[in-house]
Design a protein. Structure first.
Length: 122
C-alpha cells in the first residue's frame, strides 16, 4: 500500500531533507531530523515514518525526544496514503522551520567521521 505514495530514499520532502530507508527499521521509509544546539544543551531528534496497519490503514508514526533516549511515540491513522504523505510533508516543513535538519549518512559533513570508523583506528 505504501508503494502508492511513491516513497523512495531519494524523494525530497523539503529542501535539505529527504526520506531515507533506515535498515535498522526493517526497510520502512523514514525521515530522521535532528536539532542540536550545544549552547543551550539541546540535542533533539524527530522521526516520521509511514507504515501499513494490520487493518489496512496507513499509520504516520512520529517519534521524538532527546537524542540517546527512547523518547515519545504518536500514531496517526489515515484512510488515504496521499493524506498521510501530505501530513508527513506538513510536519517535516514545520520542523525544518524550527531548525531541525536531516540526519543520516548523506547529511554528515565531509570531514566528520562516525564513532564506529574512529574506533577501528585504535
Amino acid at each position: 500500500m505504501l508503494d502508492a505514495i511513491n516513497l523512495n530514499p531519494t524523494r525530497p520532502i523539503l529542501s535539505g531533507a529527504a526520506v531515507m530507508v533506515d535498515s535498522s527499521c526493517n526497510g520502512v521509509p523514514m525521515l530522521v531530523l535532528h536539532r542540536v544546539d550545544p549552547s543551550v544543551n539541546m540535542r533533539r531528534f524527530y522521526t516520521l515514518s509511514l507504515e501499513n496497519s494490520l487493518f489496512g490503514d496507513i499509520l504516520l508514526v512520529r517519534r521524538w525526544g532527546r537524542i540517546g533516549t527512547h523518547g515519545r511515540v504518536r500514531f496517526d491513522w489515515f484512510d488515504s496514503p496521499a493524506d498521510a504523505a501530505n501530513e508527513l510533508t506538513r510536519i517535516a516543513s514545520a520542523k525544518a522551520r524550527r531548525g531541525y535538519q536531516e540526519f543520516g549518512p548523506k547529511a554528515q559533513p565531509a570531514g566528520r567521521r562516525s564513532a564506529h570508523s574512529a574506533s577501528r583506528d585504535h
